[in-house]
Design a binder for this molecule. Structure first.
Ligand code: GUN
Length: 297
């Protein structure tokens, strides 16, 4: 048997269509567009691609996109001053500072300077606290996208045995919280976990966010499991160029898993769609109207 392929690109396209319709309604009723500011410091090539894609997707959904590209030598104080201006600007509902930042800047200080209500990345400590205590806040885009795909494919996650491989603040930890909120039984595993393969093999839901290409082979996967591959790793290709692969050995895993997300075309498109969803949610809250159903948890 071969696993069902969870088509993140198609699910994201549907979500973006719904968001565009809701953005149009928001613009009509409020007379303003949701506004997203994306800040890029330096010239990291991967970050440049991400920022460009975020800007294009925003405009396609009817969201006003404001890109701030700053020199790699920008000081922390200059960046904090920009954040202060964006916090105070009523036409900006969402602020995203692309990570990583150059070494002279403390990312934690910058994230904590963002108004939590505009923190569409969901990285501010106040949003982390809200997620962990079950209060409405901003939920990080990548885990939110993974949760939407899991709900779409499995329906109710109650009681499911879930393993999250990876403990980053961006993916692993918020993913575990979201699964817990949906009543899954959650294990967070990581590079120091003993018997890692055995623990992964227990999972009915396996979310791979380790950042190591092809780390998870077929023998780490419980037969019939739903596998979400968050990895985006660039590796040399036979052609002499490079290609993107996930953390899961896709070709082998397909023979064992019940369902799996491909790389590319799985988690990546959902992350961008969820950024648009968070921006619309933030704009609605700023204008005192309820966020549309299904855009957040
Ligand atoms: N760099 C890699 N992933 C992300 C993300 O989700 N948000 C931001 N701001 N930077 C990133």
């Amino acid at each position: 048997m071969s696993a069902a392929i969870i088509d993140g690109k198609a699910i994201a396209a549907q979500l973006r269509t719904r968001i565009a319709a809701q953005v149009a309604r928001f613009r009509q009723s409020k007379g303003v567009a949701p506004g997203l500011a994306v800040v890029l410091v330096g010239e990291d090539p991967a970050s440049q691609v991400y920022v460009r894609n975020k800007g294009k997707a925003s405009v396609a959904a009817g969201i006003d996109s404001f890109e701030h590209r700053l020199d790699a030598a920008t000081s922390q104080d200059e960046l904090l001053a920009l954040i202060g201006r964006l916090n105070a600007d009523p036409s900006i509902h969402g602020i995203l500072v692309q990570l990583p930042l150059p070494p002279q800047i403390d990312a934690g200080r910058v994230i904590d300077a963002i108004d939590p209500d505009k923190d569409v990345d969901g990285f501010h400590i106040s949003n982390v606290g809200r997620l962990n205590t079950g209060q409405p806040g901003m939920v990080p885009c990548t885990p939110l996208g993974c949760l939407m795909m899991l709900r779409d494919h499995l329906g109710d996650l109650s009681g499911a045995e879930a393993v999250v491989l990876g403990r980053s603040n961006i993916v692993g930890k918020p993913m575990a919280q979201l699964l817990l909120r949906d009543n899954a039984t959650v294990t967070i595993a990581h590079s120091r976990t003993r018997d890692l393969a055995d623990i992964c093999r227990r999972a009915e839901i396996l979310v791979a966010a380790a950042g190591r290409p092809g780390m998870i082979g077929a023998d780490w996967i419980r037969p019939g499991a739903t596998v979400i591959d968050v990895g985006i790793n660039r590796v040399p290709a036979a052609s002499g160029k490079t290609r993107l692969v996930g953390d899961v050995e896709f070709d082998a895993a397909v023979a064992v898993a019940g369902a799996i997300t491909p790389v590319p075309g799985g988690v990546g498109p959902m992350t961008i769609a969820c950024l648009l969803a968070n921006t619309l949610t933030a704009a609605c809250r700023a204008h005192g109207v309820p966020a549309p159903e299904g855009l957040t948890t």
